[in-house]
Design a protein around this ligand. Structure first.
Ligand SMILES: [Zn+2]
Length: 126
């Protein structure tokens, strides 16, 4: 049986729907960019990651390291977070702005992202 593709998780679909409804064009998970951001808006050179709190070790109450195999999980989640930081740095070096939408504040982060994109769109229009 095929595993569930990470690219089709619910929070991502939500972000796509909101941005699309706002009239923004984006590409999904481009292979050419570090960490393959969940979506990118090339026109604004903006990369967006939609992160699950557990796997990406968000500093929030959703994240509790499992009580069994604690050392394993801690190392794994630390490695994930380190990789995230590295990819964000590489993207920044390449001139991309990076935004994170966290699962625990999906609606709020997406609303902020949309508002910022609208400002950028207005600026590039004039
Ligand atoms: Zn969180």
């Amino acid at each position: 049986m095929a595993s569930i593709r990470a690219a089709d998780t619910e929070p991502e679909v939500y972000v796509r729907r909101v941005l699309h409804a706002g009239g923004f064009r984006f590409r999904l998970r481009p292979r050419s960019l570090p960490g393959r951001p969940d979506l990118v808006l090339p026109r604004y050179r903006l990369a967006v990651f939609v992160h699950g709190c557990f796997w990406h070790r968000h500093d929030c109450t959703n994240v509790r390291v499992p009580r069994t195999n604690t050392a394993y999980w801690r190392a794994k989640l630390d490695a994930n977070a380190d990789r995230d930081r590295r990819n964000e740095a590489l993207l920044a070096q390449a001139g991309w702005a990076v935004r994170i939408v966290w699962q625990c504040r999906l609606a709020a982060d997406t609303a902020t992202l949309l508002a910022d994109l609208r400002v950028l769109r207005e600026r590039t229009r004039t």
